[in-house]
Design a protein around this ligand. Structure first.
Ligand code: ADP
Ligand code: MG
Length: 136
């Protein structure tokens, strides 16, 4: 089934000049960029986006990080895009992300942070709908 997913290239990847590498990975894998913009996420939007994590120990640092600089937000479209992109992105903790995944291939050695993991991708149809609505 053709699906759309909300993907964010996070501030660490923008600072590390990885935008082109990451976009290239998605396009090479056959995904279509439907919408794309560079923004600095306002705090209120970050809090809505990450509402499911409110109250967790890493939440304050996550909000600080995701609002700390420019991000590239996009809608990607393709066959089974939501789960396919999650596989391409790899494990949340870059230290555990396998070779061949974006987090696995572009992680800093040694990994300093779970929070600064370069990419966000929607984890389900309902999150994709919700996140696309939030950002576009
Ligand atoms: P994912 O981005 O892989 O869907 P989660 O939804 O679990 O991961 O978490 C959202 C984001 O919060 C992660 O991408 C990462 O930036 C940060 N994060 C998650 N777990 C931790 C943790 N244990 N310590 C620090 N930051 C975390
Ligand atoms: Mg998530």
């Amino acid at each position: 089934m053709i699906e759309q997913s909300l993907v964010i290239i996070k501030p660490d990847a923008v600072r590390r000049k990885l935008i082109g590498m990451i976009l290239n990975r998605f396009e090479t894998e056959g995904l279509l960029i439907k919408k794309l913009k560079m923004i600095q996420i306002p705090r209120e939007l970050a809090e809505k986006h990450y509402a499911e994590h409110e109250g967790k120990d890493f939440y304050p640092n996550l909000i600080k990080f995701i609002t700390s600089g420019n991000v590239v937000v996009m809608i990607l479209e393709g066959e089974n895009a939501i789960s396919f992109i999650r596989e391409l992105v790899g494990a949340t903790n870059p230290a555990e992300a396998e070779k061949g995944t974006i987090r696995g291939d572009f992680k800093e050695q040694p990994v300093k942070s779970v929070t600064e993991n370069m990419v966000h991708a929607s984890d389900s149809k309902s999150s994709a709908r919700r996140e696309i609505e939030l950002f576009f």
